[in-house]
Design a protein around this ligand. Structure first.
Ligand code: SAM
Length: 212
């Protein structure tokens, strides 16, 4: 980031709001916007957050999971406790009651981490993971789609029937093919650019509701 970029970033409305409301990053508002539109947290107790550092999505997830344990205590699908795991290449500073793993998700060991932490399939998998951008939009896009395919594979293996999923993608040549594959796994599949997502960014989030 140049000093001009850094100045613009600090003037940003969502950056200021995150500071005031205690979120670790402005990205929290992307997840809140997705929630307001798609209600992805409905009855979500077991949650995996991929690309979790510095942790603002984890903060949002914890709030909804805690509420769900209380709110949905009825005869329908319910768990009496929540479990949240965040994973990132970088260290995430600790958040109480949340497990943080510092690892590359493409390391085969990561699947063992998931299995040993959660004693059941997951209700919700969220990925805000993005590759380290090189500035070459084409190759960045291809690398990101490759990562997204891997993440969708984790969803196929670990997400429960009727579970929900969100994956951050970059728009570009291979986006539509991936979107088509993604949609096949869910009753409803949508692509959404949250309001807090910067206009010049080509990021877009795929939302999968009700895994088939
Ligand atoms: C935009 S940040 C996530 C911000 C986070 N959602 C928040 O609200 O604080 C994207 C993260 O994805 C992580 N990431 C990228 N590739 C990864 C991989 N293969 N395994 C684990 N984490 C990865 C990066 O290290 C980076 O911290």
């Amino acid at each position: 980031m140049t000093s001009d970029d850094s100045h613009r970033h600090k003037q940003d409305r969502h950056y200021k709001k995150a500071k005031i409301e205690g979120y670790r990053a402005r990205s929290a508002y992307k997840l809140i916007d997705i929630q307001n539109k798609f209600n992805i947290f409905k009855r979500a107790y077991y949650i995996l957050d991929i690309g979790s550092a510095p942790g603002s999505w984890l903060q949002v997830e914890k709030k909804f999971a805690e509420e769900n344990v209380e709110k949905y205590n009825d005869n329908f699908y319910h768990r009496s406790e929540y479990k949240i795991m965040g994973v990132d290449l970088k260290r995430t500073s600790p958040i109480e009651e949340i497990k943080s793993v510092k690892m590359d998700i493409t390391n085969p060991e990561f699947k063992n981490e998931i299995e040993s932490f959660f004693d059941d399939k997951l209700d919700l998998i969220l990925s805000d993971a993005s590759i380290n951008k090189t500035g070459n939009k084409f190759s960045d896009h291809i690398q990101q789609i490759k990562l997204c395919k891997y993440i969708l594979g984790l969803g196929k293996k670990f997400l429960k029937y009727k579970g929900n999923m969100v994956i951050k993608c970059f728009q570009g040549t291979d986006f539509k093919d991936f979107y088509d594959i993604f949609k096949q796994e869910f009753k409803i599949g949508k692509a959404y650019k949250p309001k807090a997502s910067k206009k010049k960014s080509n990021e877009i989030y795929l939302i999968g509701i009700d895994k088939i």
